[in-house]
Design a protein around this ligand. Sequence first.
Ligand code: PLP
Ligand code: COI
Length: 360
Amino acid sequence: MTLEITTTLTATPTSDARLAEILADPGFGTHFTDHMLTVEWTPEAGWHAARIEPYGPLSLDPATAVLHYAQETFEGLKAYRHADGSIWTFRPEANAARMARSSGRLAFPVLETDDFVACVDALVKVDARWVPEAAEGSEKSLYVRPFMFASETFLGVRSSRHVTFMVIASPAGAYFKGGVKPVKLWLSEHYTRAGRGGMGAAKTGGNYASSLAAQDEASAHGCDQVVFLDASEGRYLEELGGMNIFLVYGDGRLVTPETGTILEGITRASIIELAQKMGLQVEERRVEIDEWRDGVASGAITEVFACGTAAVVTPVGELLWDGGSLATPGGPVTAEIRETLVDIQFGRTDDPFGWTHQIC
Ligand code: PLP
Ligand code: COI
């Protein structure tokens, strides 16, 4: 299906002066563009009423299903301004495909890839002046957040018969305060994120709600993010609250937990392809947490990094747990992967994979 998107522009766009102030230091997820996109779904009409309107609050009935049963999915991708002023996203069709998989798990209708990409493109185009300049080394971008929620007013527990899909956007700098510096991770030994048959592979709010107590524990221990282990044995590395993880071996191997209960990161998948092209040997498999401890102790593991759309590629400097800690040395592999990926995203180098998608 091809959606017809109507556009109503705001009468009060953010002033150039205020926008310049925001883009000078956007932070993450704090400021929002002038417009938002909305599409509705019902069983009778399918996806319809696609529209771009001035950004503003929603009015929801207190009995709106998502507020009670958390039937929700979301995505995250970025729009990058290249040096010639053009604006591009990175693998948006992969986000569309993942949202379709999340929709399957959350009992939502699927929004087709073409429609998903068209919605993202349309909002970014209308709010193009919110995409930061591509200053060398700054890595600022426009973070785009598509999301879908159960908007039927009904308290019975079943899949919603009214669904709303929206896209909002927010200029973004570094996800972690302090920019690209090694982060500290807290190993959660009490909380787990996902079990077999659960929602671990879906990008749904509930997974993040369940990570917050663990994330608070991480913060209380001075850590930036929490690391989760598998739910059945508490033995295998899964992922962080909002990122995937890779161990780098000095012998040229890159090891990352296999998929199933983790979010299949688009950054993760891209790094796997990039690393193979760089001549590294990638292993996607179960990874015991002791492999990390032993590998660092023996010197076999030389680097550890986290990755995701928000975090890009971030070196991990330290792992802490109740009663212990472990420092991971930094090294060149993380930096090279990060630079290669970011250069493709900002159009500073060729894109042999065809990952970038031009919007305007
Ligand atoms: N894992 C979790 C739990 C996440 O929230 C994210 C971020 O979206 C990722 C991994 C990385 O996914 P992606 O690279 O597609 O952003
Ligand atoms: C993303 O990287 O897009 C995420 O959704 C992760 C979240 C920590 C912002």
